[in-house]
Design a protein around this ligand. Structure first.
Ligand code: KG4
Ligand code: ZN
Length: 341
């Protein structure tokens, strides 16, 4: 069989994206974002994002096909993110993808967006070894996964019990007066500060007895500790050392993510660690994971940021894995699942 040609469609949050992948080769990758429309509200507004998807869907999909020098007839299957994500956003992408699949008589795969973040690394690093760990971190998710077989056997090892890592950064950034999304501002200021200036708790370093799994994360306590510290300084009429606050936050979050990732590699005897999601742009996390990987003999694979943030290539790549593994397409009435695990 020739390498399958897959059109991937993504609309879980504020990116309307489409891409064509042939086997493990990226043929096109088009992303339209409604981020600017949300910035003044300090967060993604689902209603605005859904409208933007409805507007961008046809142009983005058309451009992805045109950039690949293809028409829908050349495509073997369509893959679309069916969850997790914002329900209204998912509904636009999935309805559009179904309409296209139905009219062109193509099989369709409703895929898990978070597993797409793992799959996309194959475009840069080649095949995924069996028994791989993956850390997927963004404004919406913080998941530690064990990937035995990307098409059939992916297990959740740990997840956040409250805020995602990016969400925690965005909330602290807001407190410090940075515009949304604040994560990149924290990153830049953290590079100038002292990471030990504030005592910041490391979210669930040991796991909460009887409650959390040792691999779960919790970042809302980190955010609260920083908010209290900042309020205290302000109440005393003291300056807030922004660089030090950012450095302390970034260090705490990066260390706990790196630590639990390596604990996972050790437990599963895995020597490959995949990293993805928009938060993997974070300098402190990249450095902490690279250092930990060297120390523990783990090959840490962090792709270029363009592949880390939400895109269609991740969806198409996972679709390609499913087709090559002989997984049956989804039934045409497959549902969206905004809380897909
Ligand atoms: O994957 P993504 O583009 O969107 C979703 O959340 O799905 O991730 C965006 C998140 C935001 O919370 C943003 O503040 C954070 O990732 N982020 C960063 C950095 N770049 C993006 N956080 C810290 N440091 C960065 N360099
Ligand atoms: Zn994502």
């Amino acid at each position: 069989m020739n390498a399958p040609i897959i059109l991937g469609i993504e609309s879980t949050c504020d990116e309307t994206a489409a891409a064509v992948v042939e086997g493990k080769e990226l043929r096109s990758n088009v992303v339209a974002s409604s981020m600017e429309e949300h910035a003044r509200y300090g967060g993604v507004i689902p209603e605005i994002a859904s409208r933007a998807h409805a507007q961008a869907f046809v142009p983005v999909v058309s451009k992805a096909l045109a950039d690949a020098n293809m028409t829908i007839d050349d495509v073997d299957a369509i893959a679309v993110s069916a969850g997790p994500g914002l329900a209204g956003c998912l509904a636009v992408g999935v309805s559009g993808a179904k309409a296209l699949a139905w009219s062109a008589n193509k099989p369709i795969y409703g895929i898990n967006h978070v597993i797409g973040h793992v799959a996309v690394t194959q475009l840069q690093f080649g095949d995924l070894p069996a028994n791989t760990m993956a850390l997927i971190v963004s404004g919406g998710h913080t998941s530690l996964l064990h990937v035995n077989d990307i098409a059939r056997d992916v297990q959740v090892v740990g997840t956040t019990l409250d805020d995602a890592a990016g969400e925690c950064f965005d909330k602290v950034a807001r407190l410090l007066g940075f515009p949304y999304p604040g994560g990149p501002h924290i990153d830049r200021h953290a590079q100038l500060g002292d990471p030990h200036a504030l005592k910041v708790p490391q979210g669930l370093t040991q796991g909460k007895a009887g409650k959390a799994h040792p691999y779960d994360f919790s970042f809302s306590g980190v955010k609260t500790a920083i908010a209290r510290w900042v309020e205290n300084r302000q109440a005393q009429g003291l300056d807030v050392p922004v660089d030090d606050v950012c450095a302390s936050l970034a260090d705490s979050v990066a260390q706990v993510l790196a630590k639990k990732s390596m604990m996972g590699c050790h437990e599963y005897d895995s020597t490959t660690m995949i990293v993805g999601g928009g938060f993997s742009a974070n300098s402190q996390l990249r450095a902490a994971l690279r250092e930990a990987g060297e120390k523990h003999g783990v090959d840490v694979r962090i792709p270029d940021i363009k592949l880390c943030t939400d895109n269609g290539a991740m969806v198409a790549m996972l679709g390609s894995n499913l087709v090559e593994a002989g997984v049956q397409p989804s039934a045409m009435d497959f549902p969206i699942d905004s809380a897909m695990p």
